[in-house]
Design a protein around this ligand. Structure first.
Ligand code: 13P
Length: 250
């Protein structure tokens, strides 16, 4: 069976000292949890300091983005091996905020996914429709395009290792969660199209839901058969709240 994954995306929040404090508290609060995989994705500047606290614990570390080249004259960018070197095993790719504000496209997402795998990192690939797209009834079309273009040409040995996060843009930071049924409908669609490309790997693919997940709605979402975890923004910034999410009632 697929092990649930609860991931925190801290976005552009927390100085190094703030990050260290939260992660120390979180480590104590989730000590002994083994039935759920835990991931936190702090900003680049805090990765090393946070790694010093979480290494050898049940908390995994991820970055929020990477660049696909291995090294060179790419001012401001961070390579996959640098991320790995900082202690990360995961990396978020194609978050809607990167698509919206920083020109991320399905093509760059695809390059980043391949670079992540080559460096031994697990990509968490984010996809999701805007409110306008949902209102225009093109949600499935948008998801299929993002998914097919973004996840094309992945070597079969990696296909089952990828993680996908379905994050409807209208649910991010708005307090408006997709209902468990709305999320399940898209998750099962994603698994179906993944199966058409990568066959048996689809059953192993973990699909997270993201968008205003909080301790009050996580259990209902997690009851759905194709929801394998959550990608949490705001509610991951506080150790106590995030620990409640990790320990959601099953
Ligand atoms: P919120 O949980 O704050 O809605 O953010 C979701 C998100 O974008 C996680 O990547």
């Amino acid at each position: 069976m697929r092990k649930p994954l609860i991931a925190g995306n801290w976005k552009m929040n927390k100085t190094i000292s703030e990050a260290v404090q939260v992660v120390k508290d979180l480590k104590n609060a989730v000590d002994g949890v083994t039935d759920v995989e835990i991931l936190i994705c702090p900003p680049f500047t805090a990765l090393c300091a946070v790694n010093n606290i979480v290494k050898d614990s049940n908390i995994n570390l991820g970055a929020q983005d990477l660049f696909w080249e291995t090294k060179g004259a790419f001012t401001g960018e961070i390579s996959p091996s640098m991320i790995k070197d900082a202690g990360c095993s995961y990396v978020l790719i194609g978050h809607s905020e990167r698509r919206q504000y920083f020109g991320e496209t399905d093509e760059t997402v695809n390059k980043k996914i391949k670079a992540a795998f080559l460096a031994g990192l697990t990509p968490v690939v984010c996809i999701g429709e805007t409110l306008k797209e949902r209102e225009n009834n093109v949600t499935f079309k948008v998801i299929e395009k993002q998914f097919k273009c973004g996840l094309t040409g992945i070597p079969p040995e990696y296909a089952s290792l990828a993680v996908v996060a379905y994050e409807p843009v209208w649910a991010i930071g708005t307090g408006k969660t997709a209902t468990p049924d709305q999320a399940q409908e898209v998750h099962s669609f994603i698994r179906k199209i993944y199966g058409k490309i990568y066959k048996a790997a689809a059953e192993k693919l973990r699909i997270l839901y993201g968008g205003s997940v909080n301790p009050g709605n996580v259990s209902e979402l997690m009851k759905k058969s194709d929801i394998d975890g959550g990608l949490v923004g705001g509610a991951s910034l506080d150790a106590e709240t995030f620990a409640k999410l990790v320990k959601y009632s099953k």
